[in-house]
Ligand binder design. Structure first.
Ligand SMILES: *[C@@H]1O[C@H](CO)[C@@H](O)[C@H](O)[C@H]1NC(C)=O
Ligand SMILES: *[C@@H]1O[C@H](CO)[C@@H](O)[C@H](O)[C@H]1NC(C)=O
Ligand SMILES: *[C@@H]1O[C@H](CO)[C@@H](O)[C@H](O)[C@H]1NC(C)=O
Ligand SMILES: *[C@@H]1O[C@H](CO)[C@@H](O)[C@H](O)[C@H]1NC(C)=O
Length: 487
């Protein structure tokens, strides 16, 4: 599934790019940033040999993490969305209609201006994302620079016809490449694999640190981890096939518990879908979880819904002290705590009733989908996690992120097929079986203080203790709500 999802909240911002830092051999680091106004231009010093770091920009207007790359000879600079939910790197052709209309602010690619451009498969690139946007064109090979390294021969798509004004860097499994699904091309070495083939990294693995909702920068590190960017144990869990009898081709892990925690108590929440297969997808802005679980989450956090069931909260809840603790891979497995400040997104409308009437409503970072749909942990979860994706051993390693750290302690994977450095496996994950309800109905002990301001001493500080407004039609959404469709 390709789940690039766009949340338009009407926030205008322009582009900024951060710098790559030198890292040890076998790692390539790329800075990724949320887009902010008037940032300086990139400085990407050449690292002595391997590590690839790329900084990612967190683009609030598109709800996306963006990475700057260079394509062709001489190099053309483009900013692309980083996506763990798809597997092709593709660029928008400067000849595409959307660019000729002047909408390609993130840069577009003029193939006639690259003397190293070679067509690999004409008309073979065709992709459609979960939000129904699409791109069609050719597969080609060219020089590609990311972070501090330059690949001589990366296969990419070019969007000749597309309604998306920027390309993507898809870092998923090659078996999930668009041309493979379409049957127009055999699986080719995409970016994480080509970095190994050209000797920059030791194995097909990368880690992502997206940082705080309010921060502008995160990064992706190919071939290594950064132990300064997380706290507590880094725990490995298995990736599961999302289609019966198929190989692993997405980043799906087993969500086995969710606990609501506040000063007034702690509640283990339940879902008939536990252990729930959830896809870790940086290309999706919010998180989509089973409706029975989300109903409990909404009651704990006092989330209100509109007619369509979309959840929102008073924007002041960004200061609430409660948090949700997500557990993966069974008892003793990976744990990531997500605080309310990470779950309250941009202003989406106005509250039309109840005790918060007239206040701004902000989209809530967790939305419900039916138990038959695909569950996704998107950016609203991923920012709180340091996640390592290991495509050789089919494992993900998760830890609690450290926000806003500038320190760095990068460790490379030792070899192809080495497991994630400094990690331990979830001890009881082999006992996970499908379809077990793991919790009795919640007692909602955490709810009383969940939305109390984190700055307040007591459980019913300013902004807290709002009861009984969780009724439909209390929210009217002015500007666009996210769009999301499962393919
Ligand atoms: C570049 O890669 C393509 C496909 O992966 C391959 O067919 C081609 O021979 C390669 N070119 C060079 C110069 O290595
Ligand atoms: C991280 O930095 C941003 C921007 O300076 C700030 O708004 C945010 O509160 C910081 N987050 C934490 C957890 O300190
Ligand atoms: C996450 O929350 C759990 C439950 O409250 C707590 O035991 C754990 O220490 C927290 N983890 C971190 C890293 O703060
Ligand atoms: C989920 O799928 C099952 C089996 O296909 C079907 O019976 C059920 O109605 C579906 N439920 C929803 C909510 O779509």
């Amino acid at each position: 599934m390709k789940c690039r999802s766009v949340q338009k909240l009407g926030l205008l911002a322009s582009l900024g790019v951060g710098a790559a830092v030198a890292t040890p051999d076998g790692v390539v680091q790329l800075a990724i940033q949320r887009r902010n106004v008037a940032d300086s231009r990139p400085i990407l010093p050449r690292a002595s040999s391997s590590p690839v770091l790329e900084q990612l920009q967190n683009d609030r207007s598109e709800g996306a993490y963006m990475a700057e790359v260079k394509v062709g000879t001489p190099p053309q600079t483009l900013t692309l969305q980083l996506d763990t939910g798809s597997s092709d790197t593709w660029v928008v052709s400067s000849g595409a209609e959307i660019c000729e209309q002047g909408q390609c602010d993130h840069g577009s690619f003029d193939r006639s201006q690259s003397n190293s451009y070679t067509v690999l498969a004409k008309d073979a690139f065709s992709t459609q994302y979960a939000d129904k946007t699409s791109a069609q064109g050719d597969y080609f090979n060219d020089v590609f620079s990311i972070g501090s390294v330059t690949l001589q021969n990366l296969t990419m798509g070019i969007g000749l016809e597309t309604d998306i004004p920027f390309g993507l860097v898809g870092v998923g499994y090659p078996s999930n490449e668009a041309g493979v699904a379409e049957g127009t091309i055999d699986a080719y070495p995409n970016l994480p694999l080509q970095l190994v083939k050209e000797g920059f990294t030791n194995t097909v693995a990368f880690s992502m640190w997206l940082n705080d909702l309010d921060a502008s920068a995160g990064n992706i590190l190919f071939g290594g981890i950064d132990t300064a960017k997380f706290e507590g144990p880094l725990t490995r869990v298995k990736l599961y096939p999302t289609h019966r009898q198929s190989a692993v081709d997405e980043f799906a892990v087993a969500l086995t518990s969710v606990t609501a925690v506040s000063k007034s108590g702690s509640d283990k929440l339940g879902s008939a879908s536990f252990p729930a297969p959830v896809i870790l997808d940086s290309g999706t802005t919010v998180s989509f979880l089973p409706e029975d679980l989300v109903a409990e989450i909404y009651r704990e956090a006092n989330v209100i819904t509109d007619d369509s069931g979309t959840g929102a909260v008073p924007c002041s809840y960004a200061n609430a002290q409660g948090y949700f603790s997500f557990g993966f891979g069974g008892p003793g497995g990976a744990v990531v705590n997500v605080s309310m400040s990470e779950l309250v997104l941009g202003v989406a409308g106005t509250i039309t009733g109840g005790s918060h009437k007239g206040q701004d409503a902000c989209t809530f970072g967790i939305q419900a989908v039916s138990s038959n749909d695909t569950f996704i942990l998107g950016d609203t979860f991923l920012r709180s996690a340091f996640v390592v994706y290991d495509l050789v051993n089919n494992e993900a390693a998760l830890a609690q992120t450290k926000f806003n750290v500038s320190d760095s302690n990068v460790i490379a994977f030792a070899s192809l097929s080495a497991t994630v450095p400094s990690s331990t496996p979830a001890p009881s994950q082999d006992a996970i079986s499908q379809g077990v309800v793991t919790a009795t109905p919640a007692s909602y002990a955490a709810a009383a203080a969940f939305t109390a301001s984190s700055g307040a001493a007591g459980p019913l500080g300013p902004g807290g203790g709002v009861a009984g407004v969780a009724l439909a039609t209390l929210v009217s959404f002015g500007v666009g709500v996210f769009s999301f469709f499962v393919l």
